[in-house]
Design a binder for this molecule. Structure first.
Ligand SMILES: Nc1ncnc2c1ncn2[C@@H]1O[C@H](COP(=O)(O)OP(=O)(O)O)[C@@H](O)[C@H]1O
Ligand SMILES: [Mg+2]
Length: 254
């Protein structure tokens, strides 16, 4: 496929996924532009993590197409960095070796590692072991590892769900700084509406609208607020209301 200025960075077309006979995702389509930050919200079990695994190339059992910069995606790609809810650091490797793991098991002396450690606010901790880190620090390391391969797109699955509220806000601000500095796009799965609205250019609403609970893309909301954003902005509150209506405010999100 020829690339043009209009080729999206990520093009997701008609993704359906079944586990045995059970449908989990039904014809989900959307696109993400270079540098764009998009959140995906939806109730528990509607297929958000399933979709992220498909996009990350970790699951090939699906119908539909995923294209990255026009190229058909056929498995894990250096163009993508993946960050999960838990940091998933290897306990026997120090922080620096964990960050550089995609280059090999003991590559922590790569100069990019020191730069990334500085960027995530952990300068000088490269020799620490994962067990010496707080949850927030470990997730900073996971962000650095996700960026190590200089991806075009970060895929994040509820990345800040396991940390306390203050740490969470700091990590959100850090994610925005990092994506801006690296020109990286991001797709963030979250069940936190405020997080989605604070971080994103657009919010996609995946919902189990079908009677069998199959996840379908219901709607999308553009977050037309300038950055840096004030979390108390009345416009954000209005968009939050719109999202609550979109999910049917009575439906539990977690
Ligand atoms: N490996 C699997 N085998 C069978 N069913 C699965 C598997 N992984 C997830 N599911 C089911 O698929 C549905 C969607 O799961 P998931 O994508 O984890 O949802 P979410 O991340 O939105 O909470 C759930 O009902 C879940 O139980
Ligand atoms: Mg999930």
């Amino acid at each position: 496929m020829s690339r043009s200025i209009s080729t999206p960075l990520l093009d997701v077309r008609g993704i359906s996924r079944h586990y045995d006979t059970r449908a989990v995702l039904h014809r989900v389509s959307f696109a993400i532009a270079r540098g764009e930050i998009v959140s995906l919200i939806g109730p528990s079990g509607c297929g958000k993590s399933t979709l992220l695994r498909v996009l990350a190339g970790l699951d090939r059992q699906f119908d539909g197409e995923v294209r990255i910069d026009g190229d058909l995606q056929r498995g894990p790609s250096a163009r993508l960095g993946v960050i999960f809810q838990e940091p998933r650091l290897l306990p026997w490797l120090d922080v620096a070796d964990n960050i550089a793991f995609s280059a090999g098991p003991r590559r922590g002396n790569d100069p990019r590692v020191a730069k990334l450690l500085e960027e995530v606010g952990l300068a000088g901790t490269g020799a620490a072991l994962p067990k010496q880190l707080s949850g927030g620090m470990a997730q900073r390391v996971a962000l650095a590892r996700g960026l190590f391969g200089q991806p075009d797109l970060l895929l994040l699955d509820e990345p800040f769900s396991a940390v306390d509220a203050m740490t969470r806000m700091r990590l959100q601000a850090l994610l925005l700084e990092l994506t801006r500095a690296h020109g990286t796009a991001a797709l963030i799965v979250t069940h936190d509406l405020d997080e989605a609205l604070y971080l994103s250019d657009r919010v996609l609403l995946l919902n189990s609208s079908a009677a069998d609970g199959t996840g379908q893309l219901l709607r999308e909301i553009e977050v037309d607020c300038a950055r840096p954003r004030d979390r108390r902005d009345a416009r954000l509150a209005a968009l939050r209301h719109e999202l609550l209506e979109g999910i049917g405010a009575t439906a539990p999100l977690v």
